[in-house]
Design a protein around this ligand. Structure first.
Ligand code: GLN
Length: 453
């Protein structure tokens, strides 16, 4: 059914970069065989899923939305893919994304943009626009995303779907094509909070192959989602971040939808208080030093020698020339911009002023979260300041694109979990509410988010 829906709508939506028809059908048959053999399978066995193209899938093309890895078939599965297969989910294919997960609209994909199923003239968010659009267009009931600065939550918000960023280290990075290693977090995308929790439970948990994976069990996210669905939030204290409510702020329609969701939360028994997180206003510039710095280091491996594209290797040119011709041809403009910013911020003489300073501010943002969580159970905010914008509207000015992550980036810098859940419409387009929780309290955010559905 889902392959049928993909063949019907994906010409228009372009959520997928690769549809693995044979792989999906044989995986589905394998699940039937496991069942027939008496194996006791979990609740998602046989359920189709779409996987963001930043995640390595053995023998299945993984491009990261870049010409650099066009045609590359990884020789191994990411840990989370191994876990999806063990759970019996059926991988439908790989979804479109901004190149190397850098962007907020999926317009930076080297293979053309994805279109928002709500309005095909608008963006589906990014970088994981393909995964969220696939859900919104009923091409898949579940999807995998990765969130470095908001790439699961912001696409979720603008497509009217659910997206959760687990605690950093709560899901394995082994087998992700690295962008910013201290921030990258894979997580679940779904149409309901419970579905996201079920998926989270499968992919989460310690992985010895990822040195930053936390050796603790997955928090009880499914039980928490079910508890939230009862609609009782008595005794739950939620904080409104004062600094988010001022400054440049969100579009008026987003504020209206968010405020009515806050009212709904109050009716469910939650207590709402205002808290101050004074350093959140520096989150965006801090992120745009740390993420590009780590990216400039991580992307050094794409040198035309080890894998993927090689350009200009005529047997005469020097190795260095081949490397730079390859990188010039293989990377798009946004990736090049990030590498340049990162290399500059890390260079001697500027390191202390930029990268070092950003690391200090990152600590101050973490302390803001810690202080807030002494007063409240979770923080809430709109997920993103604006609804899905028109394709092309923010391409000319990168910093206007960066604003999409104004509210999502603080959680990445801190490492705590955060989820986006639909909370109404503005001018007919979806608005998301974000719930941010303390590190390893992922269950708490599922409870609050599920109560809103
Ligand atoms: N939009 C942000 C960026 O461009 C976040 C990306 C992400 O979470 N992968 O860096």
């Amino acid at each position: 059914e889902h392959l049928g829906q993909i063949s019907k709508v994906d010409k228009k939506v372009h959520a997928f970069l690769h549809v693995d028809i044979e792989g999906a059908l044989s995986a589905a048959k394998a699940v039937d065989a496991r069942r027939a053999a008496g194996e006791k399978l979990g609740p998602l066995a046989g359920v189709p899923i779409a996987v963001k193209d930043v995640v390595t899938t053995k023998g299945v093309p993984t491009t990261v939305g870049s010409k650099m890895l066009e045609g590359w078939k990884p020789p191994y599965d990411a840990t989370l893919v191994e876990r999806l297969k063990a759970a019996g989910t059926v991988i439908l294919g790989k979804t479109n994304m901004d190149e190397f997960a850098m962007g907020s609209s999926t317009e930076y994909s080297a293979y053309g943009p994805t279109f928002n199923p709500w309005d095909l003239t608008r963006i589906p968010g990014g970088s994981g626009g393909g995964s969220s659009a696939a859900l919104a267009a009923y091409e898949a009931p579940l999807a995998i995303g990765t969130d470095t600065g908001g790439s699961i939550r912001q696409p979720g918000a603008v497509t009217g779907t659910v997206g959760a960023k687990p605690t950093y280290g709560g899901t394995s990075r082994y087998g992700l094509v690295a962008f910013s290693s201290s921030l990258d977090t894979p997580g679940p995308c779904a149409r309901t909070v419970l579905d996201a929790a079920l998926l989270h439970e499968i992919i989460g948990g310690h992985d010895p192959r990822d040195s930053t994976s936390i050796p603790v069990p997955v928090p009880p996210v499914v039980a928490a989602a079910r508890q939230g669905m009862s609609g009782d939030l008595t005794g739950v204290k939620l904080g409104l971040v004062k600094e988010f409510m001022t400054a440049e702020g969100a579009e008026p329609g987003v504020v209206v939808a968010f405020n009515s969701a806050v009212e709904a939360l109050t009716k469910l028994g939650a207590e709402i208080v205002e808290v101050s997180c004074p350093h959140f206003q520096y989150a965006l510039p801090t992120y745009y030093l740390i993420a590009p710095s780590e990216c400039s280091s991580n992307l050094a491996r794409f040198d035309g020698v080890r894998y993927g594209l090689r350009t200009g290797d005529d047997g005469v040119r020097s190795l260095e020339e081949v490397m730079s011709l390859t990188r010039e041809a293989g990377f798009g403009p946004e990736v090049k911009r990030r590498i340049m910013i990162g290399a500059y911020a890390l260079s001697s003489g500027y390191y202390d002023a930029y990268y070092g300073q950003a690391q200090k501010v990152r600590t101050l943002i973490t302390r803001d979260f810690q202080a807030a969580f002494e007063k409240v159970d979770a923080l809430i905010s709109p997920t993103t300041p604006f609804v899905a914008f028109q394709l092309g509207a923010r391409m000319a000015d990168p910093s206007s694109m960066y604003l999409a992550d104004l509210y999502t980036i603080p959680s990445n810098l801190y490492g705590g979990p955060a989820i986006s859940v639909p909370c109404g419409l503005s001018e007919g387009l979806p608005v998301g509410l974000q719930v941010m929780a303390p590190t390893l309290a992922d269950d708490r955010m599922y409870r609050v988010a599920a109560a809103l559905e």
